[in-house]
Design a protein around this ligand. Sequence first.
Ligand code: SF4
Length: 345
Amino acid sequence: MYRLVQNLPNILIPWYRANARDLLWRRDRQPYHVWLSEIMLQQTRVEAVTEHYRTFLEELPDIKALAEVSDEKLHKLWQGLGYYRRADNLKKCAQAIMEKHEGIFPTDHASVLALPGIGDYTAGAICSICFDQPIPAVDGNVLRVVTRLMCDNSPIDEQKTKRRITQALEEIYPEENAGDFTQSLMELGATVCLPNGAPKCGICPIAELCEARKSNTVLQYPVKKEKKARRLEERTVFILTCGSRLAICKRKETGLLAGLWQFPNIEGKLDAQQALDTAKEFGLHIRNITLQIERTHIFTHVQWDMRAFYMTCNNMTEEFTWTTLDEIQSTYALPTAFAMFIPKE
Ligand code: SF4
């Protein structure tokens, strides 16, 4: 266990105040806003989040509105951000706040942490940014900054590394301006101490303290455990149209993309004749195949190699929901893995 320089907040807070990016969710410290932005920003770039954040708040301006929204509308608002479970957890959490806290976000750390979908990082971010409590929020950015600062070669994807860095930060967290200290660490990681071999040490406010910079070993940090290779899955996707109608169906309620809408698809890559035979098994009379394309979509642990057949049909079956392109744009949220096959008008 090492000790971080006690002076770190005194250097980083003024730096943050002078250099912080003007982001929509930094304009106030309302817990609903901070919480929503933190969840949206997980695994998603700031540029992609900004417009979604604005629209989401226009449609669902408070916790009550979020608790009462239909899944369909929620998924539509989330479309493009991916990892839809985050949206489902937001709604569950809003419902818990309505039931257990009379619609008001709790302020004590234990109650925040007990809410569904809120882990150590998000609880720390909310408690420090909204309520100025000295509680660290340790994400990938912060782990990268600290492991470089201290030449710490423990793998950052191990829980014990995260715990140790959280403890080291707890010891130096300021009693005042805790929120600005949290944001300063995040901001340093996001704009200066960048990943993938591109840190801007020349403009870094803590360069003088940084062990990795001093020993010229910056690129050796952070260390990660060896990743398991992604599992490869092949799928055949059916884009079935009957007049102006298009077939979609719901995924099962568990597993990858649980409960979301999709184009009908099956495991394996079929050739054209096999695809026609399968469509026949769906109960469809196929007029012709108008297009065949190949696409890849990468999830965290799986890669889908997909072959899509665009087919025109003479009939519609009850097995699928037959919708229009307009409804797909306005009502049904198709995750990116399938949205890439939406036919052009
Ligand atoms: S000096 Fe470089 S490596 Fe060290 S914290 Fe600053 S940006 Fe990161």
